[in-house]
Ligand binder design. Structure first.
Ligand SMILES: [Zn+2]
Length: 277
C-alpha cells in the first residue's frame, strides 16, 4: 500500500517537475568529486538531488539575496554533494537518513563559536573556533557561502559532506558522537576498534608535535573525526587509504561506495575556489 502511494507520489513529482537534464549536466561538470560515476549512478544521483531541492529548503542569508541568485544547476550541484553521501544506499535508507534534514541555510561567511574542550589530562581549554558550517539535531544545517562554493573538489575539503555527515551521525543520538546507525554487516565493535585506532594515532601525532596525516580537526572530537574522514573519503580517498587503510575499507562498506576505484587514475583536479557552485 505504502509502496503504491510512494510510486504515485514519485510519478506526480516527475510530471510536475520534469528532470532538468541540461542543468544536471552543467552541475556535474562543476564537480570534480563526481568524476567516475557511471551513467546509472549519475542519473540516480541527479534524480535524488532534484528531489532534494524540492523537498528540502535551501535558503540564502538576507545579506546574500541581492548578490547571489542560485540557478537550478547551482542548486543541483549543492544537493548532489549532499546526496552523494547516501548514493550507495537504497531509496528507503536514503530517505530515512534525510528525515532529520529540513533546511540548508547559506551564510555570507564563516563564523566563530566559543568552544570549551577538556583534553585527555582533564584540562579544559576555552577557545574561539572558526566554522565553515554547523548542524543541530532537528535544526537547519548552516554553511558559509565561500566554503560551499569551494566544495566539490578532489582535495579533502567539503563543507556539505562534513555537515550532512553530522546529520547522519545524529540519526541515533542528539549529538554528533562519531557513532552513526550501522548496517547489519558492520558491528559496533569493529566501528569502535577502527575509529579508536585512528583517534589514538591522531592524538599521538599532536602530543609529539607532529602534523597528523589528515586534517587535525579530526582530533578535536569523535563526531568531528567521523565528519572529517567522510570529507576525505569522498574527495581525497588516496589520502585516507594511505593514512588509515582499515578506516577507508570500513567507510567503503558503510557507504557502499568505492571512490578510490571510481576515480581510478583520474588526476586530482580542482576548480578555482568560488566557482564550483
Ligand atoms: Zn563538524
Amino acid at each position: 500500500m505504502f509502496g503504491v502511494l510512494r510510486r504515485l507520489r514519485q510519478w506526480l513529482f516527475i510530471t510536475r517537475h520534469p528532470f532538468p537534464e541540461q542543468e544536471w549536466q552543467r552541475a556535474m561538470a562543476r564537480l570534480p568529486i563526481l568524476k567516475g560515476l557511471n551513467e546509472q549512478e549519475a542519473q540516480h544521483l541527479g534524480q535524488r538531488a532534484w528531489r532534494f531541492i524540492h523537498d528540502k529548503h535551501v535558503s540564502l542569508h538576507p545579506e546574500l539575496i541581492d548578490s547571489i541568485e542560485l540557478a537550478a544547476d547551482q542548486r543541483l550541484a549543492i544537493a548532489a554533494q549532499i546526496c552523494l553521501l547516501t548514493l550507495g544506499w537504497s531509496d528507503s535508507d536514503h530517505r530515512h537518513m534525510q528525515s532529520n534534514v529540513h533546511e540548508l541555510q547559506i551564510l555570507p561567511g564563516a563564523f566563530s563559536r566559543q568552544v570549551k574542550q577538556t583534553d585527555a589530562y582533564g584540562v579544559t581549554h576555552d577557545y574561539e573556533h572558526r566554522r565553515a558550517g554547523e548542524t543541530s539535531y532537528q535544526g537547519p544545517v548552516v554553511a558559509s557561502w565561500p566554503d560551499v562554493a569551494a566544495s566539490g573538489n578532489r582535495n579533502g575539503f567539503n563543507v556539505l559532506i562534513h555537515e550532512f555527515a553530522h546529520k547522519i551521525d545524529m540519526r541515533n543520538s542528539l549529538n554528533a558522537d562519531g557513532y552513526p546507525p550501522l548496517s547489519s554487516d558492520i558491528s559496533p565493535k569493529e566501528w569502535h576498534r577502527i575509529y579508536t585506532a585512528v583517534w589514538d594515532d591522531l592524538q599521538d601525532h599532536l602530543a609529539r608535535g607532529q602534523t597528523p596525516p589528515i586534517d587535525a580537526y579530526a582530533a578535536s572530537l569523535p563526531g568531528e573525526c567521523f565528519a572529517v574522514t567522510c570529507e576525505i573519503f569522498f574527495s581525497a580517498p588516496e589520502q585516507l587509504t594511505s593514512a588509515y587503510p582499515d578506516l577507508y575499507d570500513l567507510l567503503r562498506r558503510y557507504f557502499r561506495q568505492d571512490p578510490l576505484a571510481r576515480f581510478g587514475h583520474s588526476p586530482i583536479i580542482s576548480v578555482e575556489a568560488g566557482s564550483n557552485v
